[in-house]
Design a protein around this ligand. Sequence first.
Ligand SMILES: *Cc1c(COP(=O)(O)O)cnc(C)c1O
Length: 368
Amino acid sequence: MPSELPVTRAALPPLDEYVDEIRGLWGTQWITNMGERHEELERALESYLGVSHVSLFVNGHSALECALDALELSGEVITTPLTFASTVHAIVRRGLTPVLADVRPDDCTIDPEAIEAAITPRTSAIVPVHVYGNLCDVDAIADIARRHGLRVVYDAAHAFGVERGGVSAASCGDVSMLSFHATKVFNTIEGGALCYGDAAFGERVRLLRDFGIRDSEHVDLVGGNAKMNEFCAAMGLCNLRHVDGEISARGAAAARYRERLEGVSGLTLIAPRPGVRPNHGYFPVFFEDSFGASRDEVFSALERRHILCRKYFYPLVSDYACYRGRYSSADTPVARDRAARVLTLPLYGALSRDDVDRVCDAVLGCRG
Ligand SMILES: *Cc1c(COP(=O)(O)O)cnc(C)c1O
């Protein structure tokens, strides 16, 4: 029986390296609450990502909720339905109203014209998603935000290490959220971060992350608990030393996918953008009618061959049971179409050229 190919595999450092990184914890017994590794990882990420401030979190979702909280937003927030549950849930859980705008067909990021059309007097912010690591039209979004006095909070969960012209994706908007979940390009087991330029905003973020506690006798804000512990920070310090290797290994696999699948009739790939350094987090493929087999047929055929893909993102958030009656996916026809056609193929650093060929043979074997 052929081995099973998962859609992704968490990057782990050599065990000895991790053990060395956590060994000191048995001396200090300081295992959470902004310990040494936590502080070291924040500074290391500021330098790696080229951003002025990084605040670590227990996960990306909590970071996103904290960003919305710290900006003291109200009313409506514009985002897209072609994303992970977290993006829209964070807006709702902060007591805000998500307004779902359509995406661009070529890269699945939010369409700036759809943002403009969705703005009302109640709009306070935009939460664009760099979906699959594809950079949103950050210049157009910055222009819209300036003209309408809106805040911009990027869901950059997919965009770790992505750069355009040497400028980090994490430096866009008022604040960018990164996820360091096990399935992401860079992981801290579970974890996340906010990246931002405004030091006063950072002060609120740090308070909200830790119950609003300023010091042992002063509590300034009604915060939650979203701190990253030392074991996760240690995993981050180790993985950060290897992340460039992980990205280039993923790049080699992605290049082989392109060689085999580019130009195949009925298959749409997302074209690389000139001047953008990608992180190869995902390899989405869209099955158009002319391919001769539907996305669901390909998904099942690959599953029978022990190749596990993901319908990422399907269904649209607007079709979730918890949002029933509040949205119609007919309002975002491009997102609905892309969600119905997408599969993300297996992609991780340890995926060999033979593995990629096995996936491609299986995909191409489905052609009608
Ligand atoms: C992973 C992810 C999140 C949430 O991150 P967690 O660290 O899992 O909480 C948010 N948005 C998107 C688009 C994601 O893929």
